[in-house]
Ligand binder design. Structure first.
Ligand code: C5P
Length: 223
């Protein structure tokens, strides 16, 4: 079985509050999405890096991607939700059902070869697959009325899900096809009654969501 990456990049990034979609905001001399794509393209285990774009995307082709080599494959089949974009991409990619696919957020630019190496090594013989994730560091509060604390949640055993999320292409397509509202791939697999593995990552693989996150990413990328 081969290993491939699939990067959903059809979102609008509404929480960023900018006209230009989040994946194209300037970051360390490139559009944000460049950094994850460069790391994925440089990973020797990965055969293809599929990028799922909105059918209306008018930005991607405006950049020069030639320095990333020939692993990139564009799929203009983004949907209304992340799950829909990933499912459409999987169907269009025509991967073999037992190929592994690593689904990675365009908005996690600080992914490293070490993260990828660890994920692939820990999961390549796994019957289900799994995800990069980090144990929750903050104490967790449940908000009640007017943002008063209703209670403190037990953070013991709680992890924050990251990406890549690595599953067999056939299983993932089947899972996403029957999952209605999921915010990551693992949730769709869980809905089939399976238990994906948590592969320990760290906070540097965070998702750029708010404007201030760009500054932090810039510092890490330039470090
Ligand atoms: O908005 P959020 O940061 O959670 O999006 C996570 C990833 O999913 C991003 O890479 C975004 O471009 C992608 N996405 C997508 N299609 C959508 C919504 C989000 O490909 N309809």
């Amino acid at each position: 079985a081969e290993f491939h990456a699939l990067v959903p990049a059809a979102g609008s990034g509404s929480r960023m509050g900018s006209e230009l979609p989040k994946q194209y905001l300037p970051l360390a001399g490139h559009p944000l999405i460049y950094h994850a794509l460069a790391t994925l393209c440089a990973c020797p285990q990965l055969t293809t890096v599929f990028v799922v774009l909105s059918p209306q995307d008018e930005w991607f082709k405006g950049y020069d991607w030639s320095c990333l080599g020939d692993k990139l494959q564009l799929l203009y089949c983004g949907g209304a939700t992340r799950a829909e974009s990933v499912l459409n991409g999987l169907l269009m990619s025509e991967l073999e059902p037992d190929d592994w696919v690593l689904v990675h957020d365009a908005a996690r630019p600080c992914l490293t070869q070490a993260h990828l190496e660890k994920l692939i090594t820990e999961l390549r013989d796994d019957p289900v697959g799994g995800i990069l994730a980090a144990p929750v560091a903050d104490t967790l509060k449940r908000a009640g009325e007017s943002n008063r604390i209703a209670r403190t949640e037990d953070r013991n055993g709680l992890w924050g899900a990251q990406t890549p999320q690595m599953f067999r292409a056939g299983l993932l397509a089947q899972a996403l096809n029957s999952a209605i509202e999921v915010t990551d791939e693992a949730s769709a697999i869980e809905a089939l009654g399976l238990s994906p593995k948590l592969v320990a990552s760290d906070s540097t693989n965070f998702k750029v969501t708010y404007p201030q996150d760009l500054r932090l990413a810039e510092l890490l990328l330039n470090g």
